[in-house]
Design a protein around this ligand. Structure first.
Ligand SMILES: [Zn+2]
Length: 210
């Protein structure tokens, strides 16, 4: 057997996925690392994986190659080393292996957090743009309407990158948002503004009731 056959026979895709940080549920489903996946849409079997979200599919070697951006041989070698499978090629690579994205799990968590916060804010802006739009040309512009007009495009752009951008672009966006707790601030801000809106609406309802 060559290294490919040896590794494929020895390591189920699911086991490799778990080893490399994916959380796999009882049905063998996990959040897909190959697209921005908020609900598990990646199916992991013994011999292959398939994503219902982005269509990614392959065997354990292809999975590892895609995850760490490696060639097939490097991926097979990495699996051999990580799962203690002895092949000559596997031994040879033991000292030189270095994951290209060593913090992929942390990155995915950060990315999902950023995505959630961005979409929350985006929805708030979309609401504001309608809710606080001037009714007549003479109306003063509401601050929230102005903010929506100014920010919508930028926030849409960022969420688009996190949805369809390549890894490098996504890393750049996530780094930018995590820096100086920008994203944490945005999360608080969105929650606070939402609450103000709700209070305002309740106030209006109370007014009508009287
Ligand atoms: Zn996917």
């Amino acid at each position: 057997m060559n290294i490919f056959e040896t590794v494929k026979a020895a390591v189920p895709v699911r086991q490799a996925a778990e080893h490399y940080g994916l959380k796999v549920n009882r049905n063998g489903m996990a959040c897909c690392p190959f697209h921005n996946d908020r609900h598990p849409s990646l199916k992991l079997n013994e011999e292959y994986f398939f994503c219902f979200g982005c269509g990614a599919t392959g065997d354990v070697i292809e999975f590892t190659a895609k995850l760490f951006d490696l060639g097939s041989l490097q991926a097979a070698q990495r699996l051999a080393v990580d799962f203690g499978i002895s092949t000559e090629q596997g031994q040879a690579v033991a000292t030189s292996r270095k994951p290209k994205h060593p913090h992929i799990r942390q990155f995915r968590e950060d990315e999902m957090f950023c995505f959630r916060v961005l979409t929350d804010y985006l929805h708030l802006l979309e609401d504001w743009k309608v809710q606080y739009a001037p009714k007549t040309p003479e109306d003063d512009l509401d601050d929230r309407f102005v903010e929506a007009c100014q920010m919508l495009e930028r926030i849409e752009y960022l969420t688009d990158i996190l949805t369809v951008g390549d890894l490098e672009e996504r890393v750049a966006v996530v780094e930018e948002l995590m820096k100086d707790s920008t994203v944490a601030f945005l999360q608080d801000y969105t929650a606070r503004k939402r609450e103000e809106d709700v209070r305002f609406e309740r106030g209006n309802d109370a007014g009508h009731a009287l």
